[in-house]
Design a protein around this ligand. Structure first.
Ligand SMILES: NC(=O)c1ccc[n+]([C@@H]2O[C@H](COP(=O)([O-])OP(=O)(O)OC[C@H]3O[C@@H](n4cnc5c(N)ncnc54)[C@H](O)[C@@H]3O)[C@@H](O)[C@H]2O)c1
Length: 376
């Protein structure tokens, strides 16, 4: 599809340069080479200067109210796991064309099967009175999703890349560095990371102004919220384009700076960790009526009672241990370890022995059949 930004320059950036440019023909360190010089150093410098100029012009124009936003029509989702599949599904169901990328055809086949099942559930509810319209909705949505195992080959004309691969900074950096060379000039990059700093991912690219966080929630088709994360380099145009995009998905955007955990996880993860600490604390005799007077118990309260208390007392739909198991204990451990590394003195960011033990034993929650609770 054609780029939807009228100001976009068509064509891939960083296209491999012709071989004849491999020699340096101007004097090394020359500040002003002849305009006719086509050596690699001069071309690279000129390309950089031109890009910076275009950027500075476009960023100064973003200060005005008439910012020309990117209207996202074509989305490339990288990572067909839990989150990527959900993002692809919602984008396709709301009229976008989507390419879903993952490492193998097998994974992609599973992702598409999962999307189809999820769409059928949506259709059953949405078109309860008209099953034929429901079937059409499923077929139309699925036909808007194509798949690929080669991200670089599909980003040349995409408006937006949403990355939802594994939570690993090095892998994310490698991916974006590569895509930066192949994506169209106007393409916005976004990461769905839960815990990594967006700025440190954006820095792997030359388009820091066109880079932001788009943090969806699990399960994506159900959860209304998207956190749109603005780094100090994210342009207003990029930010506003992403806010508009999330609205076209039927989601509710909130904005946040590039701060650990953004809004939801910054409040939620310390709460989950505090629930574990409540359960971990060592004491012996418990007079809890559910357990019978004098029951011997490790912790200030049992995990079952903590879950019940938060559901019935705080009105939460799930208790903290149910939620921990649902999210995956490895995910929570990864987040808290990362924050502890950044700020070891923060009492909210302290690791937990029982969480670490369960993860070491590969008891990761629902997905492995056991976490704080057993599911088999
Ligand atoms: N699970 C959640 O509740 C949740 C919520 C919000 C955000 N996130 C974030 O979303 C991202 C993905 O999480 P998930 O739970 O969907 O993970 P997941 O493990 O379910 O899926 C990750 C997918 O990425 C694929 N992948 C890995 N490297 C790749 C590469 N180089 N190119 C293409 N595909 C690659 C894997 O094959 C896998 O299918 C993470 O950054 C995570 O922090 C997760």
């Amino acid at each position: 599809p054609a780029p939807s930004d009228v100001t976009a320059t068509p064509g891939a950036r960083g296209r491999p340069r012709p071989q004849r440019l491999t020699v340096f023909s101007c004097p090394p360190g020359a500040l002003s080479a002849p305009a006719s010089c086509r050596c690699r150093r001069c071309c690279r410098t000129m390309a950089f200067v031109t890009r910076q100029f275009v950027r500075s012009v476009s960023s100064s124009s973003t200060a005005s109210a008439s910012v020309k936003k990117i209207i996202v029509k074509h989305v490339t989702v990288i990572g067909g796991g839990l989150m990527g599949s959900g993002i692809a599904q919602v984008a396709a169901a709301t009229g976008h064309t989507v390419v879903l990328v993952d490492q193998t055809e097998d994974i992609l086949a599973k992702s598409k099967k999962g999307i189809e099942e999820s769409l059928r559930k949506v259709a059953k509810k949405k078109f309860a009175e008209d099953p034929k319209a429901g079937d059409e909705f499923v077929a139309k949505t699925l036909s808007s999703i194509t798949t690929s195992t080669d991200a670089a080959s599909v980003v040349h004309s995409t408006d937006l890349v949403v990355e939802a691969i594994v939570e690993n900074l090095q892998l994310k950096n490698e991916l974006f560095k590569r895509l930066d060379k192949f994506a169209a000039e106007h393409t916005i990059f976004a990461s769905n990371t839960s815990s990594l700093q967006i700025t440190s991912i954006a820095n792997a690219t030359t388009r820091q102004d066109q880079f932001a966080g788009l943090h969806f929630f699990n399960p994506v088709p159900m959860m209304k919220l998207v956190e749109v994360i603005k780094t100090p380099m994210t342009s207003q145009k990029t930010f506003e384009s992403l806010v508009d995009f999330t609205k076209t998905l039927g989601k509710h955007p909130v904005s946040c700076k590039d701060t650990p955990g953004f809004i939801v996880n910054r409040l939620l993860v310390p709460y989950l960790m505090e629930a574990i600490r409540l359960y971990e604390r060592d004491f012996q005799m418990c007079g809890n009526s559910n357990l019978g007077l004098g029951s011997s118990l490790k912790g200030d309260a049992s995990k079952e009672d903590i879950d019940t208390a938060m559901k019935l007392g705080a009105g939460y739909p799930m208790g903290p241990f149910e939620l921990l198991d649902y999210v995956g204990l490895d995910t929570t451990k990864f987040i808290i370890d990362g924050w502890h590394e950044i700020d070891a003195k923060n009492s909210l960011f302290q690791p937990s022995p029982s969480l670490n033990k369960l993860v070491t034993e590969n008891k990761l929650g629902k997905k492995t059949g056991e976490g704080f609770y057993k599911y088999k």
